[in-house]
Ligand binder design. Structure first.
Ligand SMILES: Cc1ncc(COP(=O)(O)O)c(C=O)c1O
Length: 432
């Protein structure tokens, strides 16, 4: 592996290494840094909390930041939700989501509901449970045999649709497939269906076909199966609504949110649980049986509150919603000249570009060419951070790159992003 530059500092949408090189953060690393870097207000909130106390251990103390963040999250997510479990990463939040689903069925005496159904080309985290429900062969391979037994249904991808279908027809086919799978496993054995409302790294950003979330919601409801939405990457405003699924008019039973929540200032993620689900668990068993030493870490909560204060005060979710459409159109226009650009898609500030050998057939580029990784390197050398993701076609082929700038990036910075990305694509297609 090549030696990495040493990070020195960050300011707004830019990062600087020790050699003085500047990088425009065009993807928040893996879509994490919602309000950019080095924000003085967030840093002051963190320092002020540290000066008081770093952390009150969760079984001994509550704290104002913890309580305020819990209230804020419930207000942002909607009145159907009533419980928040805080953790340190998206993987932990998804692990908790799976455990909450299992505990719910246990609390209801439905002890045979232990099975999860998830989707191919999905990513839910690196811990064994979260990895088990991830349809991501490259990340699973060394651990196969020790993962939970999970059923996978097809990815919901308009560009690479099941049997060449797209839009509402694809949605219907996918809903039928999910229902058939639930019936085949036995509805009384299925605990939950897990999906990313907008797929991130596993597909190079894949928004759902029309009506998909509502259709799977209805299938799950018919069979009493819980719906778990993984909004670790696509939530917290990244797609232009605070919950990504708001745009689809769907409320899941359990959702996970991470990355943009505390914007990378301190690791923090949350599992947000519907009232009915959490109340049942608490009534029957008194507590959620999940959590870690630093769950609800006081300073992490203070950081998230400061980030969310800025997001609200500066109407950044609205900006992402409004500016995202234009950013997508600008990227499409700038990249149209390259025949290798097969698709530019996304929602809000979560945008993916897919590269192909043939636009008409959508045949992927040869995996040996490592196009997306080369592109990521070229962009980085030119001072732009984007997120290359390979393997979205069958696990080895397929090249995509994710663009996910900070919500408060200026118009000039977004122009610069487009310009540098276009330059990097030009350099990469020229190199054979
Ligand atoms: C959709 C999704 N879920 C879960 C995770 C895991 O989050 P973390 O890396 O914070 O553990 C990620 C990370 O990229 C993700 O994109």
């Amino acid at each position: 592996m090549e030696a990495l530059p040493r990070i020195a500092r960050g300011a707004g949408s830019y990062l600087y290494d020790e050699a003085g090189r500047r990088y425009l953060d065009g993807s928040g690393g893996p879509a994490a840094f919602s309000i950019g870097h080095g924000n003085a207000e967030v840093n002051a909130a963190i320092a002020a909390q540290l000066a008081r106390v770093a952390c009150g251990y969760r079984y001994l103390f509550t704290s104002e930041p913890l309580e305020e963040l819990t209230r804020l999250l419930l207000a942002l997510c909607g009145s159907e939700f009533a419980h928040v479990l805080l953790s340190g990463s998206g993987s932990e939040a998804m692990e908790s989501a799976l455990k909450v689903a299992l505990q719910y069925w246990d609390a209801r005496g439905a002890t045979s509901r232990k099975h999860f159904i998830a989707r191919e080309r999905s990513y839910h985290g690196n811990t064994l449970g979260a990895l088990s429900v991830s349809g991501f062969s490259e990340r699973r391979r060394p651990f196969e045999g020790s993962l939970l037994e999970v059923s996978f249904v097809s990815a919901a991808n308009d560009y690479r649709g099941l049997e060449g279908l797209a839009g509402a027809a694809l949605t219907q086919a996918l809903a039928r497939e999910l229902e058939a799978r639930i019936v085949a496993v036995g509805a009384g054995r299925v605990a939950a269906f897990i999906f990313e409302p907008v797929v991130g790294a596993a597909g190079g950003v894949v928004p759902p076909p029309a009506g998909y979330a509502q259709a799977v919601r209805a299938v799950c409801a018919r069979h009493g199966v819980l719906l778990i939405a993984d909004e670790v990457m696509c939530g917290a405003g990244r797609c232009g609504s605070w919950r990504a699924l708001e745009a689809d008019g769907v409320v899941p039973d359990i959702m996970a949110v991470g990355k943009g929540l505390a914007g990378g200032y301190i690791p923090l993620a949350a599992t947000v649980v519907a009232r009915e689900v959490g109340d049942r668990i608490l009534a029957a068993q008194g507590a959620f049986l999940t959590g870690h030493t630093y769950s609800g870490h006081t300073t992490a909560c203070a950081a998230a509150l400061a980030v969310q204060r800025i997001v609200a005060r500066e109407s950044l979710v609205r900006r992402v919603h409004e500016r995202g459409t234009a950013l997508l159109a600008q990227l499409r226009a700038a990249l149209a000249r390259f025949t290798e650009v097969g698709d530019v898609r996304g929602r809000g500030y979560l945008i993916g570009v897919e590269f192909v050998r043939d636009r008409a057939t959508r045949e992927p580029l040869p995996a040996e060419r490592a196009f997306s990784h080369t592109l990521g390197r070229h962009a980085f050398e030119d001072g732009l951070i984007v997120y290359p993701c390979a393997g979205n076609v069958g696990g080895t082929a397929g090249d995509t790159v994710i663009v996910a700038p900070p919500y408060n990036a200026s118009d000039a910075e977004l122009e610069e992003l487009i310009e540098r990305l276009t330059r990097a694509v030009g350099r990469t297609v020229a190199q054979r």
